[in-house]
Design a protein around this ligand. Structure first.
Ligand SMILES: *Cc1c(COP(=O)(O)O)cnc(C)c1O
Length: 403
């Protein structure tokens, strides 16, 4: 026996291997140079041997690269690895998470179609639906995330997509993805899940029955706050449409960022386990502190959907929200008293972040809308990173002391 290999794909023997092995090996390619690391293809275009070769590749008769807006080997390696981890037939990489959501709607919806969106989605996602898709005649309605009967009642004959984030930001509400997929399919609609907070290490929505998964790879897939990217994953039939849109409109992922994300995926599961362990320890500790009125984290037994979170996810994620005594002033004093944790609205970084949702991510909402969404003035959100948990606890204790 020998480990004989040809240049090209190396992942043909991965049938049936575990998640951690796929995270390191899936999508791997090798050039004739024999490199062990992943090659980075920083090229905009590709050369052809003959005019006939060019014609065959342009027409699609022959396989191969033409132009990096269409295909790039480094981007493809990342797409194949992510598809393996999500259990998707195909994944397509995009320039940002927002470009992933844009590509789904632009490729699968038309004027006159109706989309249902869970109320508590990412701010730019709401702007995209409200300000832009509506302008092109796509109807959009919002539904509370958790209640299935509300979704069922809101579906219309022209409803094409249901779009959810589970768990939600910042209050960690969940929806039963398998049950919601059934509700959608019974009425001929597709379920799209933004899986950014969990990543496939904690939750695989396609395996639960969802049709499409989108990601902001900017967050935990990178995991170290270096670059922007996104992913759409699902069945080849739908991904063909998404690829068609991306190739034409151009919000494709750069090969440099794809290379960073390939490396990010190799440590994804290890990192997510560490994020989750520290987040749970801090949530349990916060819940016992005097200055804290309520902690929102699905890993806590006090969380109303704790049982669903245990069934649906392999961990409870890095994001913990809590309400402090003293309203907005209390929350701001708490935040300003921390020294180690970064005051920033970003998440999915090795560095822990802290933010006041009411005056940042949700600051543009009217006070009644914020109240309806459950975003109190006293609410603080942390996205727990990879520092030592006792140092994070000591920093949060500074915040508590300042209340
Ligand atoms: C950050 C984020 C997005 C948008 O991703 P970008 O990479 O910033 O474009 C979408 N959904 C969720 C849940 C996010 O956290």
């Amino acid at each position: 026996m020998s480990q004989d290999w040809d240049a090209g794909r190396l992942d043909s023997d991965l049938e049936g291997v575990a998640f951690d092995t796929l995270a390191v090996r899936a999508g791997q390619h090798r050039t004739p140079e024999g490199e062990h690391g992943d090659a980075m293809f920083l090229t905009s275009s590709y050369v052809f041997r003959t005019a006939a070769d060019a014609a065959a590749r342009f027409s699609g008769e022959a396989a191969g690269n033409v132009y990096s807006r269409y295909t790039n080997p480094t981007v493809r390696a990342f797409e194949e690895r992510l598809a393996a981890l999500e259990g998707a037939e195909q994944a397509v990489a995009t320039a940002t998470g927002m470009a992933a959501i844009l590509s789904v709607v632009m490729s699968l919806c038309s004027a006159g179609d109706h989309i249902l969106v869970s109320r508590s989605v990412f701010g730019s996602t709401i702007s995209l639906f409200e300000k832009y898709f509506k302008r092109f005649g796509v109807q959009v309605d919002y539904v509370p995330l958790a209640e299935l009967s509300g979704w069922d009642a809101a579906i219309k004959p022209n409803t094409k997509l249901l779009f959810v984030e589970s768990p939600s930001n910042p209050l960690a509400e969940l929806v039963d993805i398998a049950a919601l997929a059934e509700v959608a399919h019974a009425k001929g609609a597709m379920l799209v899940v933004d899986n950014c907070f969990c990543t496939p290490a904690l939750q695989q929505p396609l395996k639960l029955g969802a049709d499409i998964v989108v990601h902001s790879a900017t967050k935990f897939i990178d995991g170290q706050g270096r670059c922007m990217g996104g992913v759409v994953a699902g069945r080849s039939e739908q991904m063909k449409e998404v690829v068609g849109f991306l190739r034409t409109a151009g919000p494709t992922l750069s090969p440099f960022n794809a290379w960073i994300f390939l490396k990010g995926l190799e440590t994804l599961n290890l990192r997510m386990r560490a994020h989750c362990a520290s987040a749970l320890a801090l949530a349990e500790w916060l819940e016992q502190q005097d200055g804290i009125e309520k902690v929102h984290y699905a890993g806590l037994k006090s969380h109303p959907q704790h049982a669903l979170a245990q069934r649906q996810q392999r961990g409870f994620g890095a994001v913990v929200s809590f309400e402090v005594k003293g309203g907005k002033e209390g929350a701001w004093r708490f935040i300003d008293a921390t020294r180690l944790i970064s005051i920033t609205a970003n998440l999915g970084d090795s560095k822990t972040t802290i933010t006041h949702p009411g005056t940042t991510s949700h600051g543009r909402l009217a006070p009644q809308e914020r109240e309806a969404a459950g975003i109190r003035d006293s609410l603080i959100r942390i996205a727990v990173g990879l520092e030592d948990v006792s140092d994070l606890q000591a920093d949060l204790a500074r915040g508590l002391a300042a209340l």
